[in-house]
Design a protein around this ligand. Structure first.
Ligand SMILES: Cc1cc2nc3c(=O)[nH]c(=O)nc-3n(C[C@H](O)[C@H](O)[C@H](O)COP(=O)(O)OP(=O)(O)OC[C@H]3O[C@@H](n4cnc5c(N)ncnc54)[C@H](O)[C@@H]3O)c2cc1C
Ligand SMILES: *[C@@H]1O[C@H](CO)[C@@H](O)[C@H](O)[C@H]1NC(C)=O
Ligand SMILES: *[C@@H]1O[C@H](CO)[C@@H](O)[C@H](O)[C@H]1NC(C)=O
Ligand SMILES: *[C@@H]1O[C@H](CO)[C@@H](O)[C@H](O)[C@H]1NC(C)=O
Ligand SMILES: *[C@@H]1O[C@H](CO)[C@@H](O)[C@H](O)[C@H]1NC(C)=O
Ligand SMILES: *[C@@H]1O[C@H](CO)[C@@H](O)[C@H](O)[C@H]1NC(C)=O
Length: 533
């Protein structure tokens, strides 16, 4: 797993001196890579330029938000897909020397496409880690080394292949790339029992701005802290995570129960806000809120779907629900006992009976154009306020809200243990999504609705700052500009994503990447030169 040592050669310097404008940048990059390589031709790699017939399919392969593939959106000069860790080192060294801006992509699920689009710099290239997806599960050690380009679904599959009683507490959507996912936190259905993916990391390997590979010991505890929640694309290229596995029972129970407004959704949802963050920490009940046509009258209504995973048997679950949440009226026939890996598929929305092997395809269940945002709720929203909320909600034709309960282990980890600060006192997180399929046509309408709805929600959610999940990237809340004078802008989004931890993130950044090689619209900025940390 350890890559051969790479010597940052003086060739690169010579090469960049001889650079002329007439040579296409991808050719210069290619020559640089060749010079960098200690072991020529031993590992293949690929550079895709726009005149290569595979360019578009490679670009689009993992790009999750179709909004960032529209023709009007800037495209990379080329895409480099390494097949070996050492080629990532070379890519960093070469991009730095040649002055080409680099975007890093693992699973491509960034909400604002930051891993494959730069709105602020030209030219830019993509370092696409899709071919680096090894997973080495060691049950005896209760750990696994997993490579950045692997999806979280593949990780779950490889764990379950070796043990029915081990798991890992990360995302619900199985096509997320672990390179971007874990570095922003990574929550999922076991968060109330075990915390985040980032809370269960033992070690990592990262390529720094000088092209060196650093493990936890070599990078030191400050940088190791920063990459476990500080968000992707600011500190280096994560190559590997060493994750800590957690115990899961042989039998896991799941259910999905839906209530429309006509079926009393409001009362149940009001109650859920009080119950879900305080209930048995083996139980995670999230609510998917959408609209549908009511079956009897045909008019449009709001549906609330309670989607749950319980780390235990059906009988125990029924007992817990009777005691704490009788309002939902859960019956034995509503629940399904299954294995942990099948519960992963269930909660990700795969049809009943889907085989776990589907996870090896690493594909999302669907792709749409969308805009999303997030909030954290610390005070129960009154029942009567829910009614007026639905009026606004029904104004969009493709709205979705997901309410995710916190509490349990999440409340026991201190706000500064990792950069992820949304801990004690958070009842639940709200995610808002507006999705559409007709491209540019209805885009303005949906974007507009989303922003208005977010404003409308202001009084009900966290304040000072209005907290936001960094993995639900939202460019509306502030952007770094191209140059280092953008520091004051960064404070606006930095405080929302990280609260007080933002200060420490800036200090770490200033130390490990003072020239700001790893940057994007919302990366952590280094302190401006000359200022004191
Ligand atoms: C459909 C969907 C469902 C989701 N569900 C969940 C969920 O259940 N739980 C949850 O916590 N989050 C969820 N998310 C959010 C998800 O965690 C983030 O979008 C995450 O950043 C995705 O990681 P990625 O590697 O797929 O993304 P990418 O787009 O590849 O990367 C995201 C960011 O990290 C950077 N980055 C990527 N790879 C690396 C690397 N190797 N080293 C350094 N920086 C890197 C990128 O440059 C970019 O800035 C979901 C997102 C989507 C679209
Ligand atoms: C496209 O690029 C790939 C990777 O470098 C290469 O293998 C392939 O031959 C190229 N195809 C064309 C048509 O240029
Ligand atoms: C297009 O392809 C040709 C040969 O395949 C290559 O020489 C040239 O540099 C490429 N041009 C661009 C802009 O990528
Ligand atoms: C709901 O009804 C409207 C109008 O009758 C129709 O256009 C729409 O397609 C229906 N939606 C669904 C999800 O059935
Ligand atoms: C799922 O499928 C299993 C086996 O085919 C069946 O017993 C079970 O009732 C189904 N559950 C649901 C919720 O559809
Ligand atoms: C840097 O950003 C500042 C503030 O946004 C702007 O005024 C200035 O023109 C920028 N400088 C360059 C060189 O782009």
């Amino acid at each position: 797993m350890q890559s051969p040592m790479l010597f940052i050669s003086t060739f690169v310097v010579l090469l960049s001196i001889s650079l002329t404008n007439s040579v296409p940048i991808q050719e210069t990059f290619n020559s640089c890579l060749k010079l960098q390589s200690q072991i020529p031709n031993q590992f293949p790699s690929a550079v895709y330029t726009p005149n290569n017939s595979s360019f578009t399919s490679v670009l689009e392969s993992t790009a999750n938000n179709l909004r960032y593939l529209l023709p009007s959106v800037p495209k990379p000069e080329f895409i480099f897909t390494p097949f070996h860790d050492s080629q990532v080192q070379s890519a960093v060294v070469c991009a730095k020397q040649l002055g080409i801006h680099m975007r890093i992509r693992s699973g491509g699920h960034d909400y604002e496409g930051l891993s494959y689009v730069s709105l602020i710099e030209k030219p830019f290239m993509i370092l696409d880690l899709a071919k680096l997806r090894d997973i080495d599960v060691n049950i005896a050690q209760n750990a696994a080394w997993i490579q950045a380009g692997a999806t979280i679904g593949e990780v779950y599959y490889r764990i379950s292949e070796k043990s029915a009683t081990h798991g890992y507490p990360a995302g619900l959507c199985t096509s997320l790339g672990i390179g971007g996912h874990i570095t922003g936190g990574a929550y999922g259905s076991m968060m109330r029992k075990y915390g985040l993916g980032a809370d269960n990391v033992l070690d990592a390997k990262i390529v720094d701005a000088n092209g060196r590979i650093l493990d936890r010991k070599a990078m030191g505890e400050d940088l190791f802290w920063a990459i476990r929640g500080g968000g992707g694309g600011s500190f280096g290229v994560i190559l590997w995570w060493k994750i800590q596995l957690v115990h899961v029972p042989q039998i896991v129970t799941v259910f999905r129960v839906t209530k429309t407004l006509e079926q009393g959704a409001n009362k149940v949802l009001y109650r859920w806000q009080k119950v879900a963050p305080n209930i048995d920490e083996n139980l995670f009940i999230r609510v998917l809120i959408q609209t549908s046509n009511e079956s009897v009258s045909g008019h449009r209504t709001v549906t609330t779907s309670y989607n749950a995973q319980f780390l235990g048997s059906a009988n125990r679950l029924i007992k817990v629900m009777k005691q704490s949440f009788p309002e939902l009226g859960l019956k034995r026939k509503d629940v399904l006992e299954t294995s942990w890996i099948n519960s992963v598929l269930y909660i990700a929305g795969y049809p009943n009976g889907t085989k776990p092997e589907i996870l090896l395809q690493g594909k999302p269940t669907m792709k749409v154009y969308y805009k999303a945002k997030s909030d954290f709720v610390r005070k129960v929203i009154p029942e009567k306020s829910l009614n007026s909320l639905w009026k606004k909600f029904l104004q969009d034709d493709g709205p979705l809200m997901i309410w995710n309960p916190y509490g349990g282990k999440m409340s026991k980890i201190s706000e500064s243990a990792t950069p992820f600060p949304h801990r004690k006192g958070t009842l639940y997180k709200v995610q808002y999504v507006s999705g559409w399929i007709d491209g540019e046509k209805s885009m303005a309408k949906h974007m507009d609705w989303m922003r208005k709805f977010y404003n409308y929600m202001g009084p009900y959610v966290s304040k000072n700052p209005r907290e936001t999940y960094v993995n639900y990237r939202d460019l509306d809340i502030g952007m770094n500009l191209k140059n280092s004078t953008s520091f004051s802008n960064a404070w606006s989004f930095g405080y929302k994503y990280f609260k007080g931890n933002f200060v420490r993130l800036v200090k770490v950044k200033s130390k490990v990447d003072p020239s700001n090689f790893f940057r994007h619209e919302q990366s952590i900025p280094p302190l401006p030169k000359g200022s004191k940390g």
